[in-house]
Design a binder for this molecule. Structure first.
Ligand SMILES: Nc1ncnc2c1ncn2[C@@H]1O[C@H](COP(=O)(O)OP(=O)(O)OP(=O)(O)O)[C@@H](O)[C@H]1O
Length: 597
């Protein structure tokens, strides 16, 4: 989709509102024609050359009426503009967010969250700006046509002599704005580097101190600041210079008119009223040029914004951005939409089967290949294997957090078409390898908006072996855990994440390495409690720890992205070297032989 097509699609998103807006602003731009003509009559009346013959008070009344009409129209124009802008920005943000939310969770956005936020904020704003200014271009063109006609009728030579150089000066200045844009982009980039460095330094204070890297980090920060100073200076200097040209071009024009008008007036072909009309329109002609320039700038920015938003769509059609749909702006429309979503249906899990499951990361080509597995309802299956063997990729692809390239998944024999939507509570709940906590209370981190029905929170805290920690936290469940949960230990974070999963009722619980930071005793308690309170639930657990492996009904051993072997602990100990290494791994002596018991 070209930028122009994108603009047209946004304009036609609400055609009536856009037309009303365009009409309002065209009238706003055309109204100044009238006071110009009235002023001309006023000055001509002083020299007895006026044709209107309505006297000074009549002229004043007309001027007031024109001013009042313009004020009223500006009020109307602001309302139509805000209404239209708001809808354009809202549809873009909603469509973008809707697309992001439909993506597999682990690959929802191709950039950092900070950058994605800037796409949602700045790129949408720039697009909104361009669409809104397209209205002004139409109005200003109408003004330019009508005023040029009036001025040319009064004096062709004067019009050309005054306006052509003026148009040239302002156009050249406008062209320089593309350089200004380059400078602006560079200064934004350098500012982003500086703020990024500040946030990196704050979040890595300990790592910097431990590595004794304070001086190097400050040197790097200084370089970023120097760079920012240079780019900002260029940006400001050119910006101010262009501003000076724009504001002074009117004075320049008036100077030219004064020079020429004197001679013409003496000859009698040019009246005082004509002079006032030229000066009056001059301001608006400059405005026309600078506003058309502004639109051109916004249009260019819009093409960059479109490119960036397309990046966020990750190859999906650009039409997604401008898809029409209800905006739920009226009171109660959200509630109506929500109530139409029926409660999720829970189907007890008898068997979950996966076959030919394949996903390779585009940048490394690594991942999983042709994975086949079967989980029986109520079973406890452990996926194990060496570091990087594909355990996490397997569960994420199964759950739809990564987009499977090939393979089928069936739940009780029925194919699961969209795993990302299907594998959520009440069907399944998942606890990721790296716990993601928010700077909020522990209670809110566990519940994450879930209702605390019938003591669900208390049960989840107990099942995840957190009761002792909570008793020792200063404010118990009300303790604020700090950004990313920094006030908790690694093991506490893992168990908080497990509690978040267990507070949700589900048929299938998927644990990705939740026990790696737990001591043996706590981990054993975790599995025991899970069996006690949720014996009928099916569990898929990624782990290489004995406490989990010892509880397993079935173990899957991964190697290089494929299932190497599977079976029970005894079977695997007898036949799999990889499994023996994992099982005895911690106990090997330096010469490689197992330790004596
Ligand atoms: N985001 C990513 N981009 C590219 N390659 C990746 C990415 N994540 C993992 N990989 C690669 O995919 C392979 C499987 O990784 P995965 O995280 O599934 O292994 P794992 O068995 O869970 O390892 P660990 O025990 O360390 O968690 C590895 O070779 C890894 O380098």
């Amino acid at each position: 989709m070209t930028t122009f097509q994108f603009l047209v699609r946004l304009i036609t998103f609400r055609p009536l509102l856009y037309t009303a807006n365009a009409l309002a602003w065209t009238i706003i731009y055309l109204i100044p024609i009238v006071p110009g003509l009235i002023t001309q009559q006023f000055f001509d009346s002083l020299t007895g050359e006026d044709t209107l013959k309505i006297g000074t008070w009549g002229i004043i009344a007309l001027l007031l009426a024109a001013a009042l009409a313009r004020v009223v129209m500006i009020y109307v124009g602001c309302i139509t503009d805000v209404q239209f802008r708001f809808r354009v920005a809202m549809i873009l943000r909603r469509n973008l967010l809707g697309h992001v939310l439909k993506q597999p969770g682990a690959r929802a956005i191709p950039v950092s969250p900070g950058e994605a936020i800037s796409y949602f904020r700045d790129d949408v704003d720039q697009t909104e700006e361009a669409v809104s200014w397209s209205v002004d271009v139409f109005g200003l063109t109408c003004f330019a046509v009508v005023s040029s006609y009036i001025l040319l009728k009064i004096d062709v030579q004067m019009t050309l002599l005054v306006f052509v150089p003026l148009v040239l000066v302002v156009t050249i200045a406008q062209l320089a704005t593309s350089r200004l844009q380059k400078y602006r982009a560079a200064s934004r980039e350098s500012t982003a580097r500086v703020t990024g460095a500040i946030s990196e330094m704050f979040s890595n204070v300990q790592a910097i101190q431990v590595a004794g890297a304070e001086d190097r980090v400050i040197d790097r920060f200084r370089r970023f600041n120097d760079d920012r100073r240079k780019t900002m200076l260029k940006d400001k200097l050119l910006g101010e210079a262009l501003d000076a040209v724009f504001t002074n071009s009117v004075n320049l024009g008036i100077g030219l008119i004064l020079l020429l008008a004197g001679t013409k007036m003496r000859g009698g072909s040019f009246t005082v009223g004509d002079f006032s009309l030229f000066v009056y329109y001059l301001t608006f002609v400059t405005q026309v040029i600078s506003n058309v320039g502004k639109f051109m700038t916004y249009f260019k920015q819009m093409s960059v914004a479109l490119e960036r938003m397309l990046e966020l769509l990750q190859g999906a059609s650009a039409r997604i951005l401008t898809m029409k749909g209800t905006l739920l702006l009226r009171k109660g429309s959200r509630a109506a939409a929500e109530s139409s979503n029926s409660a999720p249906y829970r189907e007890p899990l008898q068997s979950l089967e996966v076959s030919g499951l394949t996903y390779r990361f585009p940048d490394t080509g690594r991942g999983i290949e042709d994975v086949r597995l079967r989980l029986a309802g109520g079973s406890f299956t452990v996926v194990t294997g060496a570091i990087g063997s594909g355990k996490t990729t397997l569960v994420r692809t199964l759950l739809g957090l990564l987009p499977k390239e090939e393979g089928t998944i069936t739940w009780n024999g029925k194919p699961v078409e969209d795993p990302g939507t299907f594998f959520t509570p009440v069907n399944s709940a998942y606890s990721a390898q790296i716990p993601r906590l928010y700077s909020d209370t522990l209670r809110n981190n566990i519940l994450l908006g879930h209702r605390d029905d019938e003591g669900a929170l208390e049960r989840a805290v107990h099942d995840s072996v957190m009761e002792y920690d909570i008793a020792h936290l200063q404010q118990g469940l009300e303790t604020v855990v700090g950004p990313r949960g920094v006030k908790l230990s690694g093991g506490q974070m893992q168990r908080a994440a497990a509690a978040r999963m267990l507070v949700r009722e589900a048929e299938l619980y998927v644990f990705d390495d939740v026990s790696s930071a737990l001591d043996v005793e706590t981990e054993s308690k975790l599995w025991e409690r899970l069996f006690e309170s949720r014996g009928s639930a099916t569990c898929l657990v990624v782990s290489h720890r004995r406490a989990a492996l010892a509880h397993a009904d079935h173990i899957i051993v991964m190697k290089d992205g494929r299932i190497e072997t599977e079976g029970t602990v005894d079977q695997l100990l007898a036949k799999s070297e990889t499994f023996q290494e994992l099982w005895y791994g911690d106990e090997r002596t330096k010469d490689g032989s197992p330790r004596e018991a």
